[in-house]
Structures are given as structure tokens and as C-alpha cells.
Ligand binder design. Sequence first.
Ligand SMILES: [Zn+2]
Length: 166
Amino acid sequence: MQQHSESEIRKSFFNCTKGAAKRLNLPHDLADIDWEREIFLGWIDPKAPQSGYIVVETEAGLRGIVLQKNTQKTKGGAQMCQLCMTLHPGSGVSMYSIQSTKSSKDHYNSVGTYICADLRCTDYTWGTKRPAGIRQMEETLTPEDRAERTRRNAAGLIDRIAQKMA
Ligand SMILES: [Zn+2]
């Protein structure tokens, strides 16, 4: 990614109100982010662990979405993150719902998908984080190709939400 300022990040959110985008908690280490290495920016709200955020560089510019972690326990077995394709056992992956309306009054209108529980797909894609005790699919892709796939999947998710809201 390119480096982005706090105000650019806040402005990128489109599935919440402007007020909510102004108030949401950014990662506290924004200054320490290694932007070049980030495939997309994903973080859990440091003050509200059920809320997460994803900010992606798309063809339409920088776009961000708010996600809500589904608190229902996923039933046993491994699940695959739909963005970075990492297999996680148990709680390593979460079902996230993403509101596809601007106002939280229309909660029924949302999209659900499995994503790494900590939203650190960047680290799983580059292999600096690995889920313990599970074998990943054998893949012949280079790390760069994997990173591009993760970016495309994240941009695709953003597009899906944007289209539902259009
Ligand atoms: Zn992931």
C-alpha cells in the first residue's frame, strides 16, 4: 500500500455514517505501519473487540468498511479466510457481518463472510503469522502472487458491499 493519513483513512469508510467514521478507533500504531508491506489495512477496534475495519486500495481509490464479528461460536472444524485463503482451526477465523447500508437502522441488510479473526491477512499472506496445528493447502504461488490474490479478494469484498449500497 501507499502511506495514508488518518483523515484519508477516515474518509474512506462508506458503510457507516460520517460521524461514526470520525469517531472510530484507528490502530494506535498508525505511525509505525510498514505501508509497503501491508496488502490492505485490517484491524480490530482497540476499544471494541467486536468491531473491525478493513481499508483497501481499489480502482476507485481508498475504500474502507466496518465489520462486526459474529459472537456465535463457529462449530468445530477448520474454516478458511475468504480474503487470504488461510485455514484456521477454531477461533482463528470469525464470521464477520458487514452492513451494506449507511444507517445502522437497516441492520438486516448485510453481507457475511469468514475472515481471519484478527484481520491480519497481510501477516498470514506473507507467512509471518501461521495458525498453529493445521496444515495449509499446498500452493505453488509466489508470495507476491499470493499478496495480489489477497488484495484482489479484499477489493472484491469492498465492491460487493458498494454494489449492494448503490
Ligand atoms: Zn485472512
